[in-house]
Design a protein around this ligand. Structure first.
Ligand code: HEC
Ligand code: HEC
Length: 128
């Protein structure tokens, strides 16, 4: 899956200046993303989540009832969006000048896995 394309191209947390240009999107339950996000940008954002974690939409959603919050993974993901936004907003403090805010994504931590396992150096067989 060419996730790296999304890393560069997908505007994940798009601040839509185009509130004026784009009409109300009609999404019912956006609590973190821009409520006026265009349909295309929301689609790109959701596709990127699926790619970054290597999951299907149904990992977080009841299909065709996307606005509902029943699924735990959706609720966790909402906190994760906040976390990612927070780190991006503070990126200047920690990362080099060459680092672009949008380079920091879910993939930076998740690396194509939904579940993050703590690394245990003792499991590393390479040690002599
Ligand atoms: C890792 C979890 C995750 C995955 C995977 C995911 N979504 Fe979402 N989705 C969310 C979260 C979280 C929100 C709510 C964001 C907010 O509150 O601002 C959301 C919101 C939405 C909404 C807006 C619903 C509304 O009216 O409020 C739609 C539509 C949607 N997702 C479609 C999809 C589709 C289609 C896919 C698969 C391509 C997908 N999502 C994959 C987590 C996910
Ligand atoms: C700074 C690192 C980091 C970033 C960035 C990050 N996550 Fe996570 N995520 C984690 C960790 C660590 C866990 C496991 C937390 C736990 O077990 O309580 C996790 C857990 C999750 C889970 C629950 C998985 C499960 O199997 O229960 C979801 C869903 C998720 N993240 C979605 C996202 C999405 C979507 C993004 C991008 C918007 C994102 N994460 C960005 C570190 C990160």
């Amino acid at each position: 899956m060419p996730f790296y394309k999304n890393l560069v191209k997908v505007p994940i947390f798009v601040i839509v200046f185009g509130t004026i240009i784009f009409a109300q999107s009609g999404f019912k339950n956006l609590q973190v993303l821009d409520k006026n996000i265009s349909k295309d940008d929301l689609k790109a954002t959701m596709n990127s989540f699926a790619d970054y974690l290597d999951v299907k939409c149904s990992f977080c959603h009841i299909i065709d009832e996307y606005e509902k919050d029943e699924m735990k993974h959706k609720r966790v993901a909402r906190e994760m969006i906040k976390l990612t936004q927070m780190i991006r907003n503070d990126g200047k403090k920690y990362f080099s000048k060459d680092h672009k805010d949008e380079d920091f994504t879910c993939y930076t931590c998740h690396n194509g896995n939904a579940e993050i396992k703590p690394y245990n150096p003792d499991d590393d067989d390479d040690w002599p």
